[in-house]
Design a protein around this ligand. Structure first.
Ligand code: SAH
Length: 228
């Protein structure tokens, strides 16, 4: 996607936006990656209000740490994991904007699957694990596609989920229907032999216009699932 403005010039970086009493840096001149995905605003609010209190939070594919920052307000601690080097300073800045010392939080520049292994080896467990991956990703020789590989993301998270913990599983892939996504979640957990409960199933906020006769326009799926 090439940059371009309908009118005016780009504001000087950074501009700071406020969403539900939380502040985030936004760069309007960096293509579709502006620093925050607004379509997840209600999911962030839900995470903060129902799944963060006094919990250890893990956020994989954390990008600028938006889920971590909103959760950190009342969490025990947060851990953010992203493969891209630039995610670290962006995440630190977002913590700082909200009066949270970034040194008080854990940030890893690491592949999610490598982090799962690391956490397992070190007996790290999390009460809430946020999984909001890109539809496709490549790391070294491995490729990852949410359509084919979401089960692996769930199983890796399951290994390091604390008792009665919650996973927030998201996908923004328009070709992955809610029905198919739910099926993957259910079958993966059933085959793993764990009992679970779907707590909240969310999609796009109301002010994100979709087309009634074009289902893929409702691309966002976010499922909070508790493992008993
Ligand atoms: N969950 C984020 C958005 C994710 S964007 C949010 O709430 O804002 C996708 C992110 O996944 C990018 O920052 C990219 O660097 C990261 N990523 C891609 N492949 C990865 C991998 N294998 N392990 C960890 N992070 C990865």
């Amino acid at each position: 996607i090439t940059g371009g403005f309908v009118e005016g010039v780009a504001p000087e970086f950074p501009i700071v936006i406020e969403e539900n009493f939380t502040f985030y840096n936004v760069d309007l001149d960096d293509g579709p990656m502006t620093g925050i995905f607004l379509d997840q605003k209600e999911v962030r609010k839900k995470l903060k209000e129902h799944y963060s209190d006094n919990r250890n939070i893990l956020n994989v594919f954390s990008y600028t740490g938006a889920f971590s920052v909103v959760a950190a307000d009342n969490a025990k601690n947060t851990t953010s994991v992203d493969l891209a080097n630039r995610s670290r300073p962006l995440t630190e800045e977002n913590f700082g904007l909200n009066g949270i010392d970034p040194k008080s939080q854990y940030i890893y520049v690491m592949d999610t699957f490598d982090f799962y292994g690391y956490a397992k080896r070190h007996d790290l467990f999390y009460d809430t694990i946020v999984v909001d991956p890109p539809s496709f990703a490549r790391n070294k020789k491995k490729t990852f596609s949410v359509l084919k590989d979401y089960d692996k993301l769930i199983l890796g998270a399951l290994d390091i989920l604390a008792p009665n913990g919650t996973m927030l599983l998201c996908t923004n892939n328009s070709t992955f229907s809610l029905k198919a996504f739910k099926k993957v979640v259910k079958e993966t957990l059933e085959n793993a032999g764990v009992a679970y409960e779907l707590q909240d199933v969310m999609g796009l906020p109301k002010d994100f216009k979709t087309h009634a006769h074009y289902k893929p326009s409702k691309y966002l799926k976010a499922i909070f699932v508790k493992v008993l």
